[in-house]
Design a protein around this ligand. Structure first.
Ligand code: ADP
Ligand code: MG
Length: 297
């Protein structure tokens, strides 16, 4: 779970009110089509007709004069699993901060699909539109069971009263069961999250993101601290998500990158805040500049 999920309840109401107001004026990205109550966590539809779920062009951001992101341009296709590698300080996390609205760039363009200008929205609104983010450290509710954590991820209003009144619909129950299976935690559904291994907590947090059915998932160093076996199972999990969701995965573990990128996946190498190289893993691994700044000889 991301920390901002906690604040989602109150913010959701505001975002929904804003959407309603926009709808009245026929100004939503979906051209004023009704989003419907059951889908109110999604602000409008994502238009991927142009073959892009995410599009960044010439993005720059400086911190005290230091250009952390420097003319960064990159795009991702719907259903793609994009790997991002690069040295520490390359700007990988900052790029995710920009996409999710945590950091505002000084200049540039950031679009979700071809019509949603992400720079116009707040962090909470971007999450509700279907961009889920997994930070490096797992943040699950340790005192609740695996099942309860997943259930909670569905609840959009976290007040005690509404949580008590909340009941899973049958569709949601099916979805929860499916996600338990996907994240390899079906046998552990009744265990307290605090008793899970580090890797299992990471999977649970990914499951909590999946409960919200994100279109795009940003995962920052997801296998850091995992055992080899957990890493291998995480690779399987990501390959299962590919196609149904678009994924952007930042990792240093090259065997994991190899497993999830396969023969045809695109690997983007970031350095000094922009794209140094891009192509198949074989291509970028044999690129002299990439060897120089990142992989070493
Ligand atoms: P990466 O994730 O690739 O290791 P980061 O995106 O975390 O790199 O950082 C890129 C650069 O920007 C680093 O030099 C980092 O120190 C700097 N940076 C990131 N966030 C901030 C911030 N909020 N304030 C000042 N400098 C920052
Ligand atoms: Mg980082």
């Amino acid at each position: 779970m991301t920390p901002d999920l906690m604040a989602k309840g109150t913010e959701l109401a505001q975002a929904h009110a804003k959407l309603e107001a926009e709808k009245k004026q026929g100004q939503t990205e979906s051209g004023g089509r009704s989003a419907g109550f059951s889908r109110m966590h999604k602000l409008g539809e994502v238009d991927t007709a142009h073959g892009r779920i995410l599009y960044l062009e010439d993005v720059c951001v400086s911190f005290d004069g230091f250009k952390a992101i420097n003319n960064l341009s990159l795009d991702i296709a719907p259903g793609e699993l994009r790997c991002i590698i690069g040295p520490n300080g390359a700007g990988k996390t900052t790029m995710m901060d920009i996409i999710t609205g945590k950091t505002r760039p000084d200049s540039g363009t950031v679009f979700f699909g071809s019509t949603i200008d992400l720079l116009r929205y707040k962090e909470s609104e971007i999450a509700q539109m279907g961009i889920g983010r997994k930070f490096q450290k797992p943040t699950v509710f340790e005192q609740l069971t695996v099942f309860e954590n997943l259930e909670l991820a569905l609840k959009t209003d976290k007040s005690v009263k509404s949580s008590m009144l909340f009941k899973l619909g049958s569709l949601q129950s099916d979805r929860l069961a499916e996600i338990l299976h996907t994240i390899h935690l079906k046998p552990d559904a009744a265990r307290l999250a605090g008793n899970l291994s580090h890797g299992q907590k990471q999977w649970l947090e990914i499951g909590m993101l999946l409960m919200q059915d994100p279109k795009l998932l940003l995962l920052d160093e997801p296998v850091a601290g995992m055992t080899d076996e957990e890493t291998a199972r995480t690779a399987e999990l990501f390959l299962a998500l590919k196609g149904k969701h678009s994924l952007m995965v930042v990792e240093h573990d090259m065997s994991f990158i190899k497993a999830i990128s396969g023969d045809s996946g695109i690997v983007t190498v970031l350095c000094d805040g922009s794209v140094l190289a891009q192509g198949s893993l074989d291509q970028v691994q044999s690129d002299e500049r990439v060897i120089e700044v990142y992989l070493g000889r």
